[in-house]
Ligand binder design. Structure first.
Ligand code: FES
Ligand code: FES
Length: 159
């Protein structure tokens, strides 16, 4: 066990955990940030995606020891002062979910795509999200949501 400091959604937090405990487990079980989901636990589904130092990362594969002193953004951190981010707004507007289990991972992955590419083509959106599994098959609406998010972002909605 050891103390680890993380910057989560803009705030420093200290957690006491084993070095091997996953970032996903720390977020969900110690910091109560349950928006990030446990799907496969093996890096295969993307449900656990967060931004680690700005990069979309599967938190089920990251031991907390290697995430210490890093900046982490979870789906909860995308909303600011009660205003949802453009990607969150777009997923709601397009109804881009059914059970919603994949949604936070999709939203975080789409956020990282739109930070790198403000106007992605449909092919680029599909390629960016292909590692995120939606068992409900809502991919067409998810792709439409990302296109809408790009338009909202260009108009300065949310952040
Ligand atoms: S829970 Fe991490 S990739 Fe599936
Ligand atoms: S909405 Fe159910 S897994 Fe994607």
């Amino acid at each position: 066990m050891g103390d680890f400091v993380l910057n989560v959604n803009g705030s420093d937090v200290r957690v006491n955990a084993s070095r091997e405990e996953t970032l996903l487990s720390v977020l969900r079980n110690r910091l109560n940030l349950t928006g990030t989901k446990y799907g496969c636990g093996e890096g295969q589904c993307g449900a656990c995606t967060v931004l680690l130092e700005g990069k979309a990362t599967r938190s089920c594969l990251v031991p907390i020891g290697s995430a210490a002193n890093s900046k982490i953004l979870t789906v909860e951190g995308l909303e600011r002062d009660g205003i949802l981010s453009p990607v969150q707004q777009a997923f709601l507007a397009q109804g881009a979910f059914q059970c919603g289990y994949c949604t936070s991972g999709m939203v975080v992955r789409a956020t990282s795509l739109l930070r790198e590419n403000h106007n992605p083509s449909e092919e680029q959106i599909v390629e960016a999200l292909e590692g995120n599994i939606c068992r409900c098959g809502t991919y067409p609406r998810i792709v439409e949501a990302v296109k809408l998010a790009a338009r909202l972002q260009s108009k300065g909605a949310g952040r």
